[in-house]
Structure formats: structure tokens, C-alpha cells
Design a protein around this ligand. Structure first.
Ligand code: C2E
Ligand code: CA
Ligand code: CA
Length: 555
């Protein structure tokens, strides 16, 4: 049996360009065909316990599926498996594989041999089933062909993405999201010139290759997409405004390798999204520099997180009573200073902490620091309110509530004195999930504030459907308050509605005496802004509180 299968195996690897594998179930040793070892980061043809290698090769999103399917064989639950997954080639590129295998048993019914093939789906599956566009493999093939084609002078490599796509999926449904992508693909395709091809790339990105056209032509092509989208009746009927961002790199100006050009187009797309969306950005050296600066910052933040949060610290900004201007609490705000002493704004580093998965450790750190600090303030002023910011990602994590409970208990901080602030745009994305979390927070005695209120899509829906205690009106409404009737009316309107349903209103961004004078009679519950104090060190808050408490005693 052993011999026969060896011969068969040797014959097979000569006659197919699929990848073959074989496992001796008695010893657990795998044998992989040379082509497989050449393609993927495997240590050799004969491997014992290969799962640790596959863990690195299989796409993280597909790992669970891959692992489960293998375990079912190992645990004797099944005799065959058939699983599709993405795997990373030695070149770094991911490809789709379909792995089919079968278990053979010996005469006693014991597992003997597990054998199968992995099929490179890229070779057959060139079409994205949702949009019917060519998929990423074809995109890369065409890109490589273009680069190799001597008759080609220039090639524009564009990557496109729908702005806030996840929002549509969450607000409507997956089906709606799918339909949107399908329609979009058809719409763009209909606008394309002869010398171009459209592809569906990873995630929801689309790729566009345009040969021999100038930067100007590319920019105006993108404008035609935008104009067309603006006038799409079917989306107008849904009252949504679908917008696109795109990034573009040019061969040979920006690079001469397919991987490089694709990556640069992606960088330019990320840049477009980070700088206002709804635009096409052409790749430049500055974008690469900015990308590198970001990578550098990621490195610094990782280092800090791994070294006892060295460089992170908190500032506290006073919150005052809306009519008297007396301090009632603070908002804790995170700060970061790198080892060269440079201060980096939270607007810059918080999104990175979120994107790189570090917020799950910095979030609890902030909470613990803040409640330790604020314990004394609560002793001085029993209804002192400590507000903490939490990212949607943090709140979504299953460990959020248990950890919160644990920290408050360990640090002996009264729950009634804590407010958790969450930004409006996050909550809208998934109201149902958040409603549940908010209710649990409230049942623990913790208050919930909706931050940056008025900047999201459906502020009023939030008021109606989310169980919140406090609304924090975004500071953009204060900027022009002395001149804008809309802003003033908006604020007093929100105050009126909120008070009817027992929600308190806090206004952010009051910077001058005139603004405060104007707002004083608007029945705001609380105000926060530079006029009453910038974010400051804990000691400075202690000073303010002592003043305010002794004020009360002399009055
Ligand atoms: P935010 O939660 O809306 O915090 C208020 C921001 O407005 C703070 O900026 C504060 O310094 C600023 N601000 C307050 N009053 C005024 C004013 O009168 N005028 C002007 N121009 N600005 C004012 P900061 O500290 O730069 O924080 C920026 C954002 O970073 C915060 O916005 C929040 O979203 C995020 N952030 C800060 N700390 C944390 C944290 O610990 N966790 C999380 N998840 N996010 C945080
Ligand atoms: Ca806040
Ligand atoms: Ca805010």
C-alpha cells in the first residue's frame, strides 16, 4: 500500500499542475508536491505538524474555515474535505485555492492515508460572481502584460472604492450593499473608453487599467464617474448619495513593477479617503513619505504599548454648568509624546490605535489612569462627572463590559460618576449592537454620552432609538454661533427635544466670553470649551476644584 501510493504520487506530480499532498495518518507526516513547496512558505516537501506553517500562509479571514475543515479529518469526524481559502504565495500575493482531500482507512477502519489536491482557482475562476467583472488575478495579469508590452507608453493603474460602504451595509442590508456594487460596476463600465478595463479587486475595491492616457484624461474620466453617480435616480429614490474615492499610479513614471504600481495606487486611495474622500488622488512621492511616517508612528505606538505605555498620558478638560459656568466634571483626553519629545495629536494616533488593534489595550489603560486620578475629585465633589471616550471598536468587543466592571471595582470608582462617550457616526453604523451595550452600561449605573452630535447622517434617529443620557453637540455648531441663525436654532431645538425625553445636553467648543454670553440662556446642561479651560494636567484640575469648592463654602 505504502509503495503503491508512492508510485502513484510520483506519477501524479508529473502530470498535473495542481498541488498535491499526502499525509501518513499513523505518523502525522505530510508530503507536499514540489510545486506546492515552491509556491508557498513551507519548509520542505516532508513536514510534520504543518499547521503552524499554514497559519502563516492562509489568509487570516479564511483561517477558521481552513482550520475547522482540517480538524474534522484529524478528529475523525469526516472522511473528506473540500474547502476554499486564500493563501499567500512566497511573492506575498494571495491566491484562492480549493483543497479537496479524502481519508483512506486500513482494514480495521483506522485512518491510514489522507490525500488530496489543491487547485489554484485563479486559473479557472477569472470572473467575480457578484459584479461579473474580471477579478484580481486578471487585473494583475493584465497589469503585468501591460508593463511587458513594448508598444505601451503609459498605463494608469487606478483603484476605486465606495466611500463609507460599510455604512450602507449596516444601515440597509448586505443585499443592498451587493446591489450597490453591481449597479456601480455596470455604471462605470458604461462610461469607460476603449483603452481601458475594469476589475473587481479584494474587498470592495475596483481596479481600472487605462492605457496611454494622460493624467488630465484620468482626472476627467473620474469626474464623469462622479457626475453620473450624482444623477443616479435609483439612489436618489433611496435618498442616498453614493460617492467614490480613487487612487492612481502611472507606469512607468511611478514604478515599473506590477506589485509596486498596485500598492502605490492603494496608498493614493487611502490618502484620498483620509483627506476628505469623494476624490481621485494621483500617487506622488509625498504620499509615500506620509505612508512611511504613518508606519513609523505605528512602530512608536507599538513600542509604547509594549513598554508600559511610556509616552502616553492624559489631560483633562473641565466641563462646566451651562448657566453658572462652574466646573461639574472633566473629559479625559489621551496624549502621546514620542521619544524625541514630539507631541502627536490624538486625531492622528487614535485612528491608528484602532486600525492596528492597539485600542483594546490602550482603552482600558486610559480608563484605569483616569479613574485613579478622578477618585480624589469625586471625594471633593460627590457629583463630579468623569467622561471617558471609547471607540466603537472597543465597545463592540465582548470583553468591554466585564473589563470595565473589573477596573471600576479594583479602583473603587463609583459607577454613577462615570460617563462613557461614543461618537455618533459609530453608533449609527450599528444601532442594534450599540443599543444593547448602552442598555447594559446604564443598568450598571454608568451614563452614556453621544459625542460629536450633529455631524452624522441621522442624528434624530439616534435620539429616537438609542438609549442615551447625554448628547454632546459638536463644536462645529459653535464656530459661527454669533452669526448663524441655523446653528443657534439647531442648538436650542436639540435642547428642547432632549429635555422632553430627559436627555441632557452638553455643548463643546465654546471659546469666547461673547459665545458664552449668547448661550447662557439656552438651558444647556453643560459646556466644555477653551473659554472655561483647555485640556490640562490632573494637578491643575485639582487646583480648579479646590477654588470652586472653597467658593461654595464662602458663598
Ligand atoms: P472629542 O472627544 O470630541 O474631544 C474634544 C476635542 O475638542 C479635544 O481635542 C479638545 O481639546 C477639543 N476642544 C475642546 N474644547 C475646544 C474649544 O473650545 N475649541 C477647540 N478648537 N477645540 C476644543 P483632542 O484632545 O485633540 O482630542 C481629539 C479627539 O481624539 C477627541 O475628540 C476624541 O475623539 C479622540 N480622543 C481623545 N482621547 C481619547 C481616548 O482616550 N479614547 C478615544 N477613543 N478617543 C480619544
Ligand atoms: Ca469626547
Ligand atoms: Ca466631541
Amino acid at each position: 500500500m505504502e509503495y503503491a501510493s508512492q508510485v502513484l504520487y510520483d506519477a501524479l506530480i508529473q502530470s498535473t499542475d495542481d498541488y498535491l499532498y499526502l499525509c501518513n495518518m499513523k505518523t502525522g507526516v505530510f508530503r507536499y508536491s514540489p510545486a506546492l513547496v515552491a509556491a508557498f512558505e513551507l519548509p520542505g516537501e516532508v513536514v510534520k505538524s504543518p499547521l503552524i506553517y499554514w497559519r502563516q500562509i492562509v489568509h487570516p479571514d479564511d483561517w477558521e474555515r481552513f482550520y475547522k475543515s482540517n480538524m474534522e479529518i484529524g478528529e475523525n469526524k469526516r472522511d473528506s474535505h473540500n474547502v476554499e481559502f486564500r493563501a499567500r504565495l512566497r511573492s506575498g500575493e494571495y491566491i484562492w485555492l480549493r483543497c479537496r482531500g479524502h481519508l483512506m482507512r486500513d482494514e480495521y477502519g483506522e485512518p491510514l492515508l489522507f490525500a488530496g489536491i489543491m487547485q489554484h482557482l485563479g486559473r479557472q475562476n477569472k470572473i467575480d460572481p457578484l459584479t461579473q467583472l474580471f477579478n484580481q488575478h486578471v487585473f494583475i495579469e493584465r497589469l503585468q502584460e501591460g508593463i511587458a508590452d513594448e508598444g505601451l507608453e503609459r498605463l494608469a493603474v487606478m483603484v476605486l472604492d465606495v466611500d463609507d460602504f460599510r455604512q450602507y451595509n449596516a444601515l440597509y442590508s448586505r443585499e443592498f450593499g451587493d446591489e450597490l456594487l453591481r449597479t456601480l460596476a455596470r455604471t462605470i463600465q458604461a462610461l469607460l473608453p476603449e483603452n481601458s478595463d475594469l476589475f473587481r479587486l479584494e474587498g470592495n475595491h475596483m481596479g481600472l487599467l487605462v492605457s496611454n492616457s494622460s493624467e488630465q484624461e484620468i482626472l476627467s474620466l473620474f469626474q464623469t464617474f462622479q457626475k453620473r453617480l450624482q444623477h443616479m435616480k435609483r439612489w436618489q429614490a433611496e435618498k442616498i448619495n453614493v460617492q467614490l474615492s480613487a487612487g492612481c499610479a502611472f507606469f512607468p513614471k511611478d514604478g515599473t513593477l506590477s506589485g509596486e504600481l498596485y500598492q502605490y495606487a492603494e496608498y493614493a486611495l487611502q490618502y484620498a479617503k483620509q483627506h476628505g474622500k469623494n476624490q481621485l488622488v494621483l500617487f506622488t512621492e509625498e504620499i509615500l513619505k506620509e505612508k512611511n511616517t504613518r508606519l513609523e508612528l505605528v512602530r512608536k505606538l507599538r513600542y509604547a504599548v509594549a513598554h508600559d505605555y511610556q509616552g502616553f498620558y492624559l489631560h483633562y478638560q473641565p466641563q462646566v454648568n451651562g448657566s453658572t459656568g462652574k466646573i461639574t466634571g472633566v473629559e479625559a483626553l489621551m496624549r502621546f509624546q514620542d521619544q524625541e519629545g514630539r507631541r502627536i495629536s490624538p486625531i492622528e494616533f487614535i485612528p491608528i490605535l484602532e486600525a492596528e488593534g492597539m485600542i483594546s489595550s490602550t482603552g482600558p489603560w486610559v480608563l484605569r489612569q483616569a479613574v485613579r486620578q478622578a477618585r480624589d475629585w469625586v471625594k471633593k465633589m460627590p457629583d463630579f462627572a468623569l467622561s471617558i471616550n471609547a471607540s466603537a471598536m472597543q465597545v463592540n468587543a465582548p470583553e468591554f463590559l466585564p473589563l470595565l466592571r473589573q477596573i471600576l471595582e479594583e479602583e473603587k470608582f463609583p459607577r454613577e460618576n462615570l460617563i462613557i462617550e461614543l461618537t455618533e457616526s459609530c453608533a449609527v453604523q450599528n444601532l442594534n449592537v450599540f443599543r444593547d451595550k448602552f442598555e447594559q452600561l446604564q443598568s450598571m449605573g454608568i451614563r452614556v454620552a453621544m459625542d460629536d452630535f450633529g455631524t452624522g447622517y441621522s442624528s434624530l434617529e439616534i435620539l429616537k432609538n438609542a438609549p442615551i443620557d447625554i448628547v454632546k453637540i459638536d463644536r462645529s455648531f459653535v464656530k459661527d454661533i454669533l452669526h448663524s441663525r441655523f446653528d443657534a436654532t439647531f442648538i436650542s431645538f436639540i435642547v428642547s427635544i432632549c429635555h422632553i425625553v430627559n436627555i441632557q445636553v452638553c455643548l463643546e467648543g465654546v471659546e469666547t466670553e461673547e459665545e458664552f454670553a449668547f448661550l447662557k440662556n439656552m438651558h444647556l446642561d453643560c459646556i466644555q470649551g477653551y473659554y472655561f479651560g483647555r485640556p490640562m494636567e490632573g494637578a491643575a484640575i485639582t487646583g480648579l476644584l479646590e477654588l470652586s469648592v472653597s467658593d461654595k463654602q464662602t458663598n
